[in-house]
Design a protein around this ligand. Sequence first.
Ligand code: NAD
Length: 496
Amino acid sequence: MPVLTEVLNLKMYINGDWVQAEDGKVNDIINPANGELIAKAPTGGLSETRQAIGAARRTFDSGEWSELPTVERAQYLRAIADKLDEKAEEIALLETLDQGKPLNESEIDVADAAACFRYYAGMITQPDGQTFHVADPMQAMVVREPVGVCALIVPWNFPLLMSVWKIAPALAAGNTIVFKPSEVTPVSAMKLFEILEEVGLPKGVANMVLGPGRVVGNELAESDLVDKVSFTGGTETGRNIMKAAAGNIKKISLELGGKSPNIVFADADIETAIDCTLIGIFFNQGEVCSAGSRLLLEESIHDEFIERLVERAQKIVVGQGKDRETEMGPLVSKQHLEKVLSYIEIGKQEGARLVCGGNRITENGFDKGYFVEPTIFVDTNPDMRIVQEEIFGPVLVVQKFKTEAEAIELANGTAFGLAAGVFTQDGAKGLRVIKKMRAGITWVNNYGPTYNEAPWGGYKQSGIGRGLGTFGLDEFMEVKQININLNVEPVGWYKN
Ligand code: NAD
């Protein structure tokens, strides 16, 4: 496995040029496993953001990309996927050093990213549009067109994958883009943009600006030259983006936070339920929007289930993501570590009972990184903040229920509605309960798998719109009605 031999010097990509911030400002990018500097990233501001928007606008209006035959756009997307595969080892390692996640999880992300480009390359060349039999002499049809300049803003938890979930459909649809990665994890994004350059994407089609959300992100959401903003991140930021986007009635898609319920009935296959509960909350250190962060357990199995769950959770190997035996890495940053630890304190003060973990790990050199033990709280009630608010770390809160109706009520009892899981061997009950979930992504007898083919997004305050699948492409397209008169002569409605 190659290791990083020097600090990376990141750049922004504007109109086909690699540039630093005009004022020379840089941001240190730290490996959250050991506090080492891995990269220096430019801190872009308003000027760079406006240049990127201008480049995307001019390129879109020129038609150079939007009017390219879809087979040709698809060739670019496939070439990008091939390059991602070629460089998978390097990019996965960088993702792990930047974000903290275990290497095998980064490897899955890179493979999924390549698959996503291929998926949209296939989709964009499929037959499209509709025709309607309307009254003679008219012929009515519908065609779909790109929205225009799209601002794509992503968080730090799956830096590469969240980027690709937006970039692939946006480019496939014929849009030009200004992309903003999280200021915490910009490394894999730069590798991706190097690939976009290598495959010869025309200048100005894809632009990348690095910098703080409240400056760069806000300008992208506000600018009258941007037609659409597609955002993934926290619910509060989503609210700000909605407001900022109101000026020119920009189209918006928001993929926001969650506090997703994972319901286990007494008749479930318990080993499967335990296994999936662990994946649901500890995969990616619990920094997953769709994490099953609330476990709802039927009362009759509660104690035994918790005993076995804790036993398994305590065996999860926490360590540096780059070490092959690691099963859970550090949290992404010191700031986020402090947030998660503060929620653990809140849980204790609220009277929830800690049955697993609850501490920062500091021995054996771990003190240089941001490691937290897999943590489980029981004896909670629905009013507690740890039950209602997104912690976004390896912290599971357990809720108890007696009846199916109570499980449904508890499950739907937060402001969020991103995901939900149900474990039962009664097929009818599984479907019955899932149909009652006010959530956009659901699983029966599993928790977590995602597919490029299936729409991703939430109900309630978990967002607006959907990523991935055909729905994900629709988000980046306008629909145009075309009505053609096949008998060109005056209609004669007005008599004189
Ligand atoms: P965040 O909202 O703080 O930041 C996300 C992005 O928005 C970053 O690039 C940031 O710079 C930018 N930003 C911040 N303030 C902005 C503003 N005022 N205007 C425009 N852009 C701004 O989120 P985060 O802490 O990076 O990520 C964690 C959050 O993301 C969690 O809430 C998680 O649930 C959510 N998330 C959701 C999904 C999903 O698909 N629903 C996926 C991943 C993460």
